[in-house]
Structure formats: C-alpha cells, structure tokens
Design a protein. Sequence first.
Length: 469
Amino acid sequence: MINLLTSRKHHFHLNQLLLTYWLLVGFISLMFIVGGSSRSDTQSFSVIRPVTTIVLAYGIWNLKQEHAARYRFLFAFALAVLFLTLIYVIPLPWTVWPNVRGRNLSAEIAGATGIAQVWQPISMAPTATWNALSALLVPITVLIFSSQLDRESSFRIIGVFLIFGLANIILGVLQAIGSSESPIYFYRIRAGNFPSGFFANRNHYAVFLSCMIPMLAVYLSSLKSSSHDNRWKIWIACAFGALVIPLILVTGSRAGLLTAALGILATPFLYRKQLHYWTGNGKKRRFNFFYITGSLGIAALAYITILASRAETFDRLFDDNGSAAARFSIWQPVRDMVETYGALGSGAGTFAPVYQISEPLDLLTFQYVPHAHNDLLEVALTTGWLGIILMGGFAIAFSIAAWRHFRADIYETRDTVFGRLGVVILGLLVVASIVDYPLRVPSLESFFVVAGIWAASNREPRSKRAGGA
C-alpha cells in the first residue's frame, strides 16, 4: 500500500513537472512571437498582459518554499525590484510633496490651477509607473516557472531559444531580400528598413543573434558527432550559425557587432569537445577545433559580406549621419536630471515624460525620446539611489557567479557549462544595455531570467554532490 502511494505521488510529481515545463515553453514562445517591442501602446500587449496574469496565478499556486530557496538571490532581487516599483504608486499625503526633490513643478501647477491637494503617488507619471509594474509580471512569471523545473528540464529550454533564434534568422533573411513594405515586418514602428526578425528594434534583434553564438557552441558540444541521428542537427546548426554574422552586419547595429565579438571570444570557454595532440617531449596538449575553424569561417563570412556592400554596420561605424552623436548627446541632460530628482528618482518607467520637461532646445526633434539608450543611466534617473544599490547588488552577484563557474573545470558537470553560458548571456545583455534598452522587451526579459537560472546553478563542487554530472 505504501509503495502504491509512493508510486502515485511520484507519477503526479512527474506529470506536474511536465505540465510546468510545457507551460513555460508555451509562455516563452508567446513572448518571442508577439513580445518583440517595448512600447506600451503595442497591440500585442492586449494579449500578453491577460495571459501573463493567468499563467502567473498558476505558477504561484504551485510554488513551494524549496523552489524559492534554491534561487534565493533571484527571488530576493525580483521582490526588491517589485517593491521598489510599487513604492512609486502608493498614494501619499500632499504635505510630503514639498520635501521630495524634483516635484516643484507639480506643486506649482497644483497651486496655479487651484487643483485640490489630494493624496497622490510620488511618481512624476503614475500611469507610466503602473505600466512598468505590469511589465514586471513577465520576468516574474518566467522566474517562478523556471525555479520549479529540475536542472535537466531547465537545460532543455536552450532548445526553445535556439528554435526562435533560427526562426529569427530565416525571417531576417527574407526581410533582407524583400521589400521594406513587406508584411513580414510585424511592427509598424521600427528602427528603419533593416532586418529585425520578430523584434521591432534592429539592435535588439542583433543582440539576440549575438547570443546565438555561445548557445550554438554549448548545443554542438552536447551532441555526439558519431551518432547518425545527430549529424543532421550538427550540420543544420552550423549552417544557420554561419548566417548570424552576415545578418548582424546587414542590420547596421553597432551594439550587435560588439556583443557578437564578445560572444565569439567566449566560445572557447563553452565548447567542451577538444582535440588532443602529443608534443615532441611526450606531453599531451589540447586545442579547441571548433573555436579555430569557427573563427576562420566567421571572419571569411564577414569579409564576403563587406565586399558585397551589405555590411551596414561598418558603414555606420564611419558615417552614421550623426545618429550616434545625437544618441550620446542626451546622456549629459539625463545625468543632470539624475541630480535634479535626487535619491528617490522620478519614478519607475517615467523617463519619456520626465525627459520632455527638461529636454534641451537644441536636441528637440519631431520624434520623442522613449528611453535614454543607456539603461544604467535611466535606472539611476527613475529609481534613484535604491535603483543604483540594486544594480550594485546584481553586479556583485554576477561577479561571484562568473568566478564560481569559470574557475571550475568545464568537464566537471553540465551545470558548469550552462552556468558559464548563463553568465555570458547575462553579460552580453548588460553590455547591450549600456547603449540601448534590450531588457525592456518581453522576449529578451524572458531570455534574461532563464540565463539567470542557468548562472545560479552549480552551487556546490561535484565532490559534495550525491549525484553525477
């Protein structure tokens, strides 16, 4: 009887784990199909928000204490970000406002118009902050579901990202050879007529393609080349991987070019299959065959793309019509605004309306500035010292994870190689955030959280574990 109950409990656990896995796969797939834009007025958010609420409710219902304990830092960080955003939408008495830096304009407007001095949030744009709070539900949902998976299931999620990476490559090729008015561009408002895949922003598209490079290295190293069933997978992965660099060059994304270079440099630390040779003195050495041949192939493809005059990235490096200067020119006004709004900031998600208040006349254009194109600077402006402290905490945790994974032997466990992959992806997205805002896109938010789950693995050395690799 006891054995029967144990067996039923085991099967129930497996079925629940399987359901959790496929719900997460479906949710991430939805984010990559319709969640490629950060604009709050995108029509797809009418689908994303209700679906996220329903899925999140199920995830919370199944969440157990051991799930959160396994990823303590990630849950603590998510709760801190959620609480920080929530602070700005809590109504406070009007008497508090004169003591908050940067709220003089609101107080003057209320006095001049005779508006009743009622309780209201300290956010400079409460509606925008509510939108930012709603946007946090996507990464929180992915975190809750990912934490409930076992390590093998969380590793299999790489296949989902690779599938959408390949889909983005195919779509990007069709966009590159087709018309700029083609219906395969899914967003009406986008950055020029360049390939962007399922994204509205070509920079976000290029950065995601850059992350394909280290992911393909890990995926190929996990396949057995001697297996007949895996040979076609290897050739398909190599064929699609060969298109990554040319597509990044065609997009004209300098952030994509930088992250692609960093991704290539990271591949020898991720690819586990190495060939051995014997030196003259009888010592055994090894070199990374994939890294050498892959680097030569990528260099050849980049050279061919440049010769074909489709390398928009290199053209923009030397002649960008002042777009880079215009982007960097807003950083100084934003830095001044950080001092204006002080320790509390202007409120999460309020950059666009707040920047319009202090936008210099010589930078005025017919287009509004949605973000600072430097997420670190924007976080400092909108969330003040608390946001800076949270970024510092993330930097410390990232450094610890990088040290733990890269000092371990890559041949020790799969946790190590996926831990390294998670660190690399986190690093690439953070680097891209210095000149852009990829982590404000639902699809890349989901990607970022799963990479964090990978980076948080391998907490103990193999010798202390009961199980094997």
